[in-house]
Design a protein around this ligand. Structure first.
Ligand code: HEC
Ligand code: HEC
Ligand code: HEC
Ligand code: HEC
Length: 141
């Protein structure tokens, strides 16, 4: 019994090690909690984001959300590593951002512009209200 347990433990470890060293850009989890650490205090409930809904059900391309800009062009490709948005959009400021130019790379603005921007367009084009644009439909209590 002990031996078996031990060997399955070792096996589990090997599995973890292999999984961790495999370079893959595929999302690990279906649903991510968007809880960026540079926002020290979240004033709204944390947003749950599903890759599956967006990828499988709506066939949205990775590069609609993931990017690395070079000379104004998005050169990020599907197998490239993914950085958290806050690594580049590293200013959490949540005040007065409508008055700031886009280039300040403010984090809340980046998320809202990406998420709400597409949802608005999608709803308008399809004459529906399916994609959430209201605060409480993303920041769900
Ligand atoms: C509709 C927007 C959207 C699309 C489309 C999208 N992602 Fe993401 N992805 C995100 C967001 C948001 C995060 C979290 C970023 C953060 O925490 O700063 C994320 C995180 C990730 C991560 C890191 C976290 C994890 O789960 O491992 C990987 C890897 C990733 N995406 C890969 C992909 C790939 C590959 C595709 C296309 C097949 C894709 N994503 C399509 C929005 C998207
Ligand atoms: C490697 C750095 C980097 C990462 C990671 C990154 N961004 Fe950006 N982002 C930029 C740069 C640079 C620009 C371009 C700013 C400009 O030229 O105006 C930009 C522009 C944007 C824009 C405006 C242009 C557009 O594409 O609509 C949005 C919205 C945005 N980012 C959202 C996000 C979100 C959401 C994430 C995470 C899923 C993310 N960014 C991750 C660097 C990054
Ligand atoms: C390029 C377009 C696009 C982008 C970018 C995008 N979405 Fe969506 N999202 C959609 C569409 C399309 C739907 C589905 C509408 C429907 O149900 O018909 C959707 C649905 C949703 C839903 C409701 C379904 C569910 O998962 O419970 C949530 C929540 C959501 N999106 C959150 C986000 C967040 C958070 C972001 C930014 C990190 C984001 N979306 C970025 C297109 C987009
Ligand atoms: C389509 C989804 C979506 C909608 C709609 C939306 N947000 Fe957000 N919001 C986000 C995401 C994603 C973040 C980034 C959270 C993180 O990474 O920590 C965010 C961040 C924030 C933040 C900074 C973090 C915090 O909790 O203090 C505030 C404030 C905020 N949103 C307020 C609002 C308000 C007010 C509305 C309505 C006018 C709204 N949001 C609508 C997705 C959404």
């Amino acid at each position: 019994m002990r031996v078996r347990r031990l060997s399955s433990l070792i096996f589990a470890w090997l599995f973890v090690l292999t999984a961790a060293t495999t370079v893959t850009a595929q999302p690990d989890e279906d649903v991510l909690e968007l809880n960026s650490s540079i926002i020290e205090v979240h004033t709204r409930p944390v947003v749950q984001f599903s890759h599956t809904v967006h990828l499988d059900d709506y066939a949205i391309e990775c590069s609609q959300c993931h990017h690395v800009y070079q000379g104004g062009e998005n050169v990020w490709q599907d197998d490239d590593p993914v950085k958290k948005c806050q690594e580049c959009h590293n200013d959490p400021t949540t005040k007065n951002e409508l008055r700031l130019p886009a280039k300040t790379l403010n984090l809340k603005w980046a998320f809202h512009r990406n998420c709400i921007g597409c949802h608005r367009e999608y709803n308008k084009e399809n004459n529906v209200e399916a994609a959430p644009v209201k605060c409480q439909n993303c920041h769900v209590e």
